[in-house]
Design a binder for this molecule. Structure first.
Ligand code: TYD
Ligand code: MG
Length: 450
């Protein structure tokens, strides 16, 4: 038996070094080098077998449509670009406790007509069974296997021949012949290689759960993300019930897809109309509240902007913002002050995007202004109006992209007015009950609103 060789592997970037160092020479991260043992592989060129397959002309390859496995979860299908592509590798990352296991168990149980193998290295069969009982879905053909050894997992998979395999999580898998602990770079890399090889040989589609680091990126080397076909991120705020499933990389579809779920006592519910979660239904209108038609990926999201403008109690007025860029708020206040003569200089200003949302779409500007003005004047805005435009430094109201989509969504949700920029040159869509109001300057907006 060949002697094991000791190497030091950076857990951040995967660089190897023959000796220990405090700082990785490649990615400059501190204290990331961990000793691992590998059996030396002979790199004798003559021992590499000649591959029988040869290169093919691109035009000779028949491009049959990718076969996609459809789950009954439409949000999940959509995020993947229309279903799970056969024999593909999907990586899903997310914070602990966000609901990755719940989501995937639900997907497994709802994949009617598909044979699913759910491999868990984190929980016992009883724990998974208990979770399955909480989920209010009917079970399809789901096999459960609690194992951490890759060979065992693949052996089961060969026997069962599933259409879809779920690995929860890659950090718990271990491969024979590598001495380092489960979750280390070499274990994760080799385990993923094995799974990838298995999938590509006409095997099942494999969904791999991965832990994330405290910085919020997928743990382990970037290599993992390069190897798989699709990378999804499951995220949300612990204090709120909704969760977002985002595409970060997709070889078989767009990366700007977004799926929204609500975590209930009985599992995750796909939310078709996310605005219902984000916009408060009020008995009577309140001042300082405006609705923005923002875009998250390819979807329109109606978010509620709340502003509170009050006389500064202490010497220096305070400005605080939650869910919206504070520097942008400062800029808007300066524009309102300088171009439109509103005296915000002596006022405290608080801004909040409800529902724990964070928006960075500049089209939120107009709603922010409307909320600020409404609170400043202490006059509530009319009900059922929304906003979608950006503000320029000279106080002009600028057009935003995908305005047609925003208008269509506003109409669908029963809004009566949408405020947009006057400078949208292309023909705007015809609307039935929705009134499109074009404004070019903040003064304009003020006159039309109050
Ligand atoms: P889990 O799927 O275990 O998270 P992850 O695999 O990402 O670590 O989700 C755990 C959380 O979800 C837990 O805090 C409880 C909550 N939860 C519900 O609120 N309702 C449910 O039906 C289930 C199964 C979990
Ligand atoms: Mg889990």
């Amino acid at each position: 038996m060949s002697k094991l060789k000791s190497i030091f592997v950076c857990q951040e970037c995967g660089t190897t070094s023959p000796k220990w160092m405090g700082k990785c020479s490649s990615c400059d991260a501190w204290n990331t080098l961990v000793e691992e043992f590998v059996s030396p592989v002979s790199k004798n060129i003559s021992s590499v077998p000649i591959n029988k397959t040869s290169a093919i002309l691109l035009k000779d390859i028949s491009a049959s449509e990718q076969v996609r496995l459809k789950t009954t979860d439409n949000e999940f299908n959509r995020v993947l670009g229309g279903g799970i592509v056969k024999s593909s590798l999907i990586l899903i990352g997310g914070e602990p406790g966000i609901g990755k296991s719940t989501l995937l168990l639900q997907v497994a149980m709802q994949s009617y007509g598909l044979k699913v193998l759910y491999v868990s290295g984190e929980e016992s069969e009883q724990q998974i069974k208990m979770r399955a009982e909480r989920l209010s879905v009917q079970t399809s053909e789901v096999y459960l296997f609690t194992e951490t050894n890759v060979e065992q997992v693949l052996h089961q998979a060969r026997n069962i021949q599933p259409d879809l395999m779920i690995i929860d999580s890659i950090q718990t898998l271990q491969i024979d012949g590598i001495e380092s602990a489960a979750g280390s770079v070499s274990q994760v890399r080799e385990a993923t290689y094995s799974l990838q090889n298995f999938a590509k040989k006409n095997g099942p589609a494999i969904i791999i759960v991965s832990h994330i680091t405290k910085e919020g990126v997928i743990a382990g080397p970037k290599l993992l993300e390069h190897m798989v076909d699709t990378v999804l991120q499951f995220e949300g705020d612990r204090h709120y019930n909704y969760r977002m499933l985002r595409t970060i990389k997709n070889r078989f579809g767009s990366t700007s897809e977004l799926g929204i779920y609500e975590m209930l006592g009985s599992g995750l519910r796909a939310v078709d109309n996310p605005s219902e979660l984000l916009v408060t239904i009020r008995d009577e209108p309140a001042s300082g509240v405006a609705i923005a038609a923002t875009m998250e990926g390819m979807r329109v999201l109606m978010v509620e902007v709340q502003a509170l403008v009050s006389g500064a109690v202490y010497g220096t007025p305070q400005r605080s913002s939650t869910g919206y860029d504070l520097r942008r708020l400062h800029m808007i206040l300066a524009v309102l002050d300088k171009r439109c003569g509103f005296r915000f200089g002596s006022k405290d200003v608080f801004l909040n995007i409800t529902g724990g949302m964070k928006v960075d779409d500049p089209s939120t500007d107009l709603a922010v202004i409307a909320a600020l003005l409404s609170s400043y004047e202490d006059i509530p805005l009319k009900e059922n109006i929304c906003f979608a435009a950006e503000i320029g430094l000279s106080g002009e109201i600028r057009p935003v992209n995908k305005v047609e989509q925003r208008i269509a969504e506003a109409e669908k949700l029963g809004y009566q007015q949408i405020y947009i920029s006057k400078f949208h040159s292309k023909g705007l869509p015809k609307t039935q009950q929705l009134n499109i109001v074009s404004v070019s300057k903040v003064e304009n907006l003020f006159q039309k609103l109050f």
